[in-house]
Write a protein that binds this ligand. Structure first.
Ligand code: NAP
Length: 318
């Protein structure tokens, strides 16, 4: 049997047969460029080997700089790091996909990506404006391109050889099924909000059946308080296991067979969040019995980014 601490270095096989995605990933949704660099550097130093990026976060250059320095400082090979980035809504037209992919690669300073995701299923008016609106402030959608059209352009990136795996984000089960059934190259990963208040059990079961990795975002409830970090069940398990609530939430996510993205911003939090250990089965069952249901990010309804304001002020971006 594996040591409980082996959980933090769990790797999950993808359906492309070659890559192993570290289950515990570091997300780079960090609005401040300087914090992006310090947080990414700290995450690599703490042991994170999976970085989740997006052109929408407007900080791929900073992530790339921190990544290059971190690889050099730690003597880490590029192949040890799993890097994902995402195609934004205003680049869904097939002819815009390859240029967007190449621009992300250039900003990250990489010559291949481990995973490229369609950030949301919503196509916005094509162009360089990430948030196109009419004069009344309504989002300008693009109704002349389908998700499948965009997916086929991602398949071509895999054929070209600089993109190892492709996937979707912020989709529901029916959209995933449609793409899965129509695709020549099946989605390897689906990134969605998921935590004990939004376990996405049906989606997870479908993913497991089809060999797709469910990659959970906001596992700590985006750090909103009150919220998951103060949930009495989570807190009680943390006290019993001598772990923090954040460590309990991340362990639960990995032990239920998902990959997970978290965003520690300080070195101390990066070390804490990487230091997860396996929980006993009864603790997992207690978490599975939590009845609270809450979606924190509105992106699935409109494609417009943003966590829904709770006690903590919502950030722009997603
Ligand atoms: N596909 C999408 O549409 C989408 C949407 C959202 C996010 N994402 C991805 O998922 C990643 C993770 O999402 P998320 O940032 O919401 O995840 P999260 O880890 O649930 O929330 C991050 C927040 O939790 C707090 N935190 C981090 N580590 C902590 C710890 N050890 N103890 C207590 N609090 C801690 C941080 O607060 P402080 O700020 O105070 O440090 C941070 O603001 C993002 O970076 C992004 O890559 C994707």
């Amino acid at each position: 049997m594996n040591a409980p601490s082996a959980l933090r270095t769990t790797r999950i096989s993808l359906n492309n047969g070659t890559d192993h995605m570290p289950a515990l990933g570091f997300g780079t949704l960090i609005p401040d460029p300087a914090v992006t660099i310090t947080a990414t550097t700290a995450a690599l130093a703490a042991g994170f080997r999976h970085l989740d990026c997006a052109e929408r976060y407007r900080n791929e250059r900073e992530v790339g700089n921190a990544l290059q320095s971190g690889l050099a400082a730690g003597g880490i090979a590029r192949e040890e790091i799993f890097v994902t980035t995402k195609l934004w809504n205003s680049n869904h037209r097939p002819e815009r996909v390859e240029p967007a992919f190449q621009a992300s690669l250039a900003r990250l300073g990489l010559n291949y990506l481990d995973l490229y995701l369609i950030h949301t299923p919503f196509a916005f008016q094509p162009g360089d404006d990430q948030d196109p609106r009419d004069q009344n402030g309504n989002v300008l959608y693009d109704h002349d391109v389908t998700l499948l059209d965009t997916w086929k352009a991602l398949e071509a990136l895999v054929d070209d050889g600089n993109c190892r795996a492709i996937g979707l984000s912020d989709v529901g089960l029916s959209e995933l099924k449609h793409i899965y059934e129509s695709a020549r190259i099946k989605p390897a990963v689906v990134q969605v909000e998921s935590h004990p208040y939004l376990p996405e059990t049906e989606l997870l079961e479908y993913c497991k059946e089809k060999g797709i990795v469910l990659l959970a975002f906001a596992p700590l409830g985006h750090g909103m308080r009150p919220g998951l970090l103060e949930d009495p069940v989570i807190s009680a398990i943390a006290a019993r296991a001598r772990k923090t609530p954040a460590q309990v939430l991340l362990a639960w996510a990995v032990q239920r067979g998902t990959a997970v993205l978290t965003t520690p911003k300080s070195a101390a939090r990066a070390r804490e969040s990487f230091d997860i250990s396996a929980l006993p089965p009864e603790a997992l069952e207690e978490i599975n019995r939590i009845q609270t249901r809450q979606r924190l990010n509105q992106v699935v309804t409109t494609g417009v980014p943003g966590f829904i304001p709770q006690a903590k002020t919502a950030e722009r971006g997603n």
